[in-house]
Design a protein around this ligand. Structure first.
Ligand code: DAH
Length: 341
């Protein structure tokens, strides 16, 4: 009777072990059959009912079965561990033969390259580089720069206002005001950055563009200093054979004021279809002697000090430098275009 029971336990245990799929289940099976409160033990507890002769035989059999089950369990455990390890290896496998896209190395945007080139040039001429905010007060952008109340550039249709008193700066000239209010002469600064106007986009216009502003304030600064500085700068930037031409103009914040033309980049002054035969590339920058009212607006004694200022479009300079015919290309961030620089 008991022998049959033991054999049945053994068969059941072995069949369970053979279909094991996890270490948790293996432990459960171990406890169920050979644990302290397991089935084998409970059978052995009933041995007292057996005859003296039967007891050692059944005892021996029970021990053999326990050993056998334990061996099977140990084999199953090794197999399961091996299986888990293999699954893990399979899951964590890295294909080292795969070709990975390498990261492309970028470079400066042509606009930034122009800004840095200009700044370095002016640094070599003794200027400091300063920064100004893109969001500016109407006072600094217009009033302090002596721009009349009815000036068309103040119009809502020309300028991005944020409130009545705050706007997106329409030029970098307000940096002049900030410099003069914060520094004492001698002042020699340039400042480059974004500027904004309500322009429709076409090949040469964009509502967001870039300017570089320059300002020199000291005793005895004259128009001759201005003309020489611009001439040296243009020759350094575009080449020694480039000439500059000053044409009278009007800006509210300078008096006298001038616009500067530079020899045509294509024909270097001989005359060609690009410059309409004039030999000149027009309106590369605006400049003039700082208006006494602007000096006074900033608390600088206009009897003692004088100065000059200039402003230029960086997009335009970048375009003529590289022969780019459409300003949009500078802002579209198309890599096929940018890769060429
Ligand atoms: N702010 C002027 C503009 O945006 C450019 C300019 C002209 C700047 C004359 C100057 C200057 O500093 O003296 O058209």
């Amino acid at each position: 009777m008991m022998k049959d029971k033991l054999k049945k336990i053994k068969e059941e245990a072995i069949s369970n072990i053979n279909s094991l799929d996890s270490l948790d289940n293996l432990e459960r099976i171990r406890v169920k059959y050979v644990g302290k409160k397991g089935e084998l033990t409970s059978v052995l507890r009933g041995m007292g009912k057996l005859s003296k002769e039967e007891r050692p035989i059944v005892g021996q059999l029970a021990n053999d079965i326990r050993q056998e089950i334990e061996e099977e369990l140990s084999i199953a455990k090794d197999k399961l561990k091996e299986k888990i390890k293999e699954e893990k290896i399979e899951k964590e496998k890295i294909d080292i033969t795969i070709t990975k896209k390498t990261r492309k190395l970028g470079h400066r945007h042509p606009l930034l390259a122009t800004i840095e080139e200009l700044e370095n040039l002016f640094i070599s001429m003794g200027f400091s580089v300063i920064d100004g905010p893109e969001i500016e007060t109407v006072e600094y952008n217009f009033d302090a720069l002596n721009s009349p109340e009815n000036h068309p550039s103040r119009d809502l249709s020309d300028t991005f206002y944020i409130t009545e008193d705050i706007l997106l700066r329409t030029h970098t000239s307000p940096v002049q005001i900030r410099a003069m209010k914060q520094m004492k002469p001698p002042i020699k600064i340039v400042s480059a950055g974004r500027t904004f106007r309500f322009d429709d986009v076409d090949d040469t216009h964009s509502p967001m563009f870039h300017q570089l502003e320059g300002l020199v304030i000291d005793e005895n600064v004259t128009m001759a200093n201005l003309m020489h500085t611009i001439d040296v700068f243009i020759k350094e930037l575009f080449g020694k054979d480039m000439e500059t031409r000053f044409r009278p103009h009007h800006f509210p914040f300078t008096e006298p004021s001038a616009e500067v033309d530079v020899s045509c980049f294509e024909c270097k002054g001989k005359g060609c279809p690009i410059c309409n035969g004039t030999g000149w590339s027009m309106e590369l920058l605006g400049c003039g002697m700082v208006h006494p009212k602007v000096l006074e607006n900033c608390g600088i004694d206009s009897e003692k000090y004088s100065g000059f200022a200039f402003g230029m479009g960086i997009d335009r300079i970048t375009m003529v430098k590289h022969g780019i015919d459409n300003i949009r290309l500078l802002f579209e961030n198309d890599n096929r275009f940018l890769e060429q620089f």
